[in-house]
Design a protein around this ligand. Sequence first.
Ligand SMILES: CC(C)(COP(=O)(O)OP(=O)(O)OC[C@H]1O[C@@H](n2cnc3c(N)ncnc32)[C@H](O)[C@@H]1OP(=O)(O)O)[C@@H](O)C(=O)NCCC(=O)NCCS
Length: 166
Amino acid sequence: MEFNLKKLSTNDGQEIYAMLQEIPYNENGFLNDMNGATLEEFQAWLIKRDNESKGIGIGEGRVPQDIYWLFANGFPVGYGKIRHRLTKKLLDDGGHIGYSILPSERGKDYGKLQLKLLLERAKEMGIDKVLLTIHINNINSLKAAMKNGGVIEKQDENKCWVWIEC
Ligand SMILES: CC(C)(COP(=O)(O)OP(=O)(O)OC[C@H]1O[C@@H](n2cnc3c(N)ncnc32)[C@H](O)[C@@H]1OP(=O)(O)O)[C@@H](O)C(=O)NCCC(=O)NCCS
């Protein structure tokens, strides 16, 4: 199996669009706002996200964020987001990295691998320590974070704050 991350591009097309239709809109706090969107809306979204990654036209209270698609043997099987820095809100909820795997491709170690590759990108971006906020009942994500060196800093009745040295 060959795995690689590919950064979102305004040229992304049908295969990415199709994947985004299979990933739920909001799952454990991971927001996939392209679920249910039209192809035209997707194309406008790509431009917006590409600009956001470059720090252009950032919405109120947001920070630049990069989106990466995970490809397994040339097929997209998931995606992740890396925020360039934390805000007070992200420190409380959201963290640096969010990630998801296509429901039909789960349980194959792709989640762990995607997180590992995203951590490598974060390091290249100069982030030394990454925060993930993980719902307390999201056992698979907690396991993926622990396998990647995660340390639970604290938890409340809803979520855990997990830090990973890049
Ligand atoms: C969290 C998520 C990315 C994990 O992806 P995945 O590819 O299924 O995970 P992996 O195959 O890498 O497995 C991670 C751990 O979960 C376990 N796991 C995965 N699927 C499982 C299943 N169906 N039953 C039992 N355990 C399972 C694995 O065994 C592994 O634990 P281990 O290292 O102890 O073996 C995926 O479930 C997902 O996209 N969830 C929705 C979005 C989300 O919650 N994102 C995280 C936000 S913090």
